[in-house]
Design a protein around this ligand. Structure first.
Ligand code: GDP
Ligand code: IMO
Ligand code: MG
Length: 434
């Protein structure tokens, strides 16, 4: 088992950061391969809470190299801010961070475009994180106005910026009806040259590094951002992010071929959440939804927006688990469900009077989907102190057994609180040392 992948199976915030932190020891590298500072991954170590956005969640473990691979869109100011924060909190091994020279760089025009474009899908707005993610990926694919991290160290960087900024100023003026102040290429050059200088010792060809490492038999952990339902190709388009967050993005984002990706852990909340716009069949707009939000502290890590909450959707998760080739489930935030008399799992959708287990490819169909629920008994005991599977209430066992059955994948990890210790590893092969 060389490559272990951790991906979210819902709409993000499934607690991937906690799982990555847990699994990091024993790995040579931890790799972020898509997304950018739209991600917010929380790692709790004792009394310390770390909110990581661009840096891989493995960064808190010494002797591990953390890699931001080429599929990520990189906001250099944010990398520096996160590094400085960690250093100020006594994390001394941040030199272990490697940044791919292939990452595409986020510039001020990307933030401006994100703000203007977010509500222009012709309907409900996407509700992006406004971190410039979509516009940067668009420029990457279009090629003509893109800058990769490696380009910032080339002699023609200034010339290239002048050309891009002059075009972007015309585009932004038109998009904003002349409301936006023109961007100043010289000021941007100065600012980004400072970032380039600060980050230079971290920049390298991470594809070569990873391939060499895997060829030598070293273990690599891949950290997904967002969740599979936000995947640009396979998610609830257009209410998605702009990268392949489903697991199909691991190879293209990291440069590591599928033959090394042996194990795929699908992280899933014991219920569902979504932040931003788009259809959400099992959303609860009642007091049960508020109960989940309150107990789960369901407010966005990046934007602090209240997350939309609902019952677990096994139609959606079965789809994303199949799409990701998931080998084991990590069922997170089980403690949040304590105190509910009954729990519901969506086992099928009714669309136009017909029942189906197929997740629709078009949002218009998904909007019509009425969840068909199975009701299971809940439990009232608090489970945050449980440290073994057997200590969990029988109804919690039943609930998870049913999820595993509906998804078709066994449960590898159960989480009963944010702390490292509040984790029950069912599949002992994941952490050989415990
Ligand atoms: P990520 O983006 O997938 O890494 O997830 P986030 O960090 O955005 O959101 C998950 C939140 O749940 C964080 O605040 C975690 O500290 C918290 N968390 C993780 N596992 C558990 C758990 O088992 N129970 C509870 N109550 N909170 C958890
Ligand atoms: P982590 O890694 C939850 C959502 C945004 C919006 C849509 C597009 O913490 O799970 P973007 O800024 O990417 O163009 O926004 O995707 N979104 C997330 N939701 N968790 C995330 O990341 C998210 N990253 C993006 O709310 O609906
Ligand atoms: Mg998050």
């Amino acid at each position: 088992m060389l490559g272990t992948c951790v991906i979210g199976l819902q709409w993000g915030d499934e607690a991937k950061g906690k799982i990555v932190d847990l699994l990091t020891p024993g790995h040579k590298h931890v790799v972020r391969y898509q997304g950018g500072a739209n991600a917010g991954h929380t790692v709790v170590v004792g009394d310390e809470v770390y909110k990581l956005s661009l840096l891989p969640s493995g960064i808190l473990t010494p002797d591990v190299t953390c890699i931001i691979a080429g599929g990520v869109v990189l906001n250099p100011a944010k990398v520096i801010e996160e590094l400085d924060e960690l250093i100020s909190r006594g994390i001394t091994h941040t030199d272990n961070l490697k940044l791919s020279d292939r990452t595409h760089v986020i510039f001020p025009w990307h933030f401006a475009e994100d703000k203007i474009l977010d509500n222009q899908t012709g309907g409900e707005s996407i509700g992006t994180t406004l971190r410039g993610i979509g516009p940067c990926y668009r420029d990457k694919v279009a090629r003509s106005h893109a800058v990769r991290l490696g380009d910032m160290y080339r002699p023609n960087f200034r010339e290239r910026l002048d050309h891009i900024v002059s075009d972007k100023n015309r585009v932004l003026a038109a998009m904003s009806d002349g409301q936006l102040e023109a961007l100043d290429a010289a000021a941007i050059y100065d600012e980004y040259s400072r970032y380039a200088e600060r980050l230079e010792s971290h920049v390298c060809d991470t594809t070569e590094l990873l391939l060499t490492s895997l060829e030598a038999g070293e273990k690599v952990l891949f950290e997904g951002a967002q969740g599979a339902l936000l995947d640009v190709d396979h998610g609830t388009y257009p209410y998605v992010t702009s990268s392949n967050s489903s697991g199909v993005g691991i190879s293209n984002g990291s440069g590591v071929p599928g033959k090394y990706l042996d194990r795929v852990l699908g992280v899933v909340k014991a219920y569902s959440t979504r932040v931003g716009g788009g259809p959400f069949p099992t959303e609860l707009l009642d007091e049960t939804g508020q109960y989940l939000r309150d107990r789960g502290n369901e407010y966005g890590t990046v934007t602090r927006r209240p997350r939309r909450c609902g019952w677990l959707d096994a139609v959606a998760v079965r789809y994303t688990a199949r799409l990701g080739g998931v080998t084991g489930l990590c069922i997170m935030l089980m403690d949040v469900l304590s105190g509910l008399d009954e729990l519901k799992i969506c086992t099928a959708y009714e669309i136009d009077g017909k029942s189906t287990r197929v997740f629709p490819s078009h949002v218009d169909e998904l909007r019509k989907a009425k969840p068909i629920y199975e009701t299971l008994p809940g439990w009232h005991e608090e489970v945050t102190q449980c440290r073994s599977y057997d200590e969990l209430p029988a109804n919690a066992h039943n609930y998870m057994d049913r999820i595993a059955e509906l998804i078709g994948v066994p449960v590898d990890v159960v989480s009963v609180g944010p702390g490292r210790a509040q984790t029950i590893v069912v599949n002992q092969a994941l952490v050989p040392s415990t």
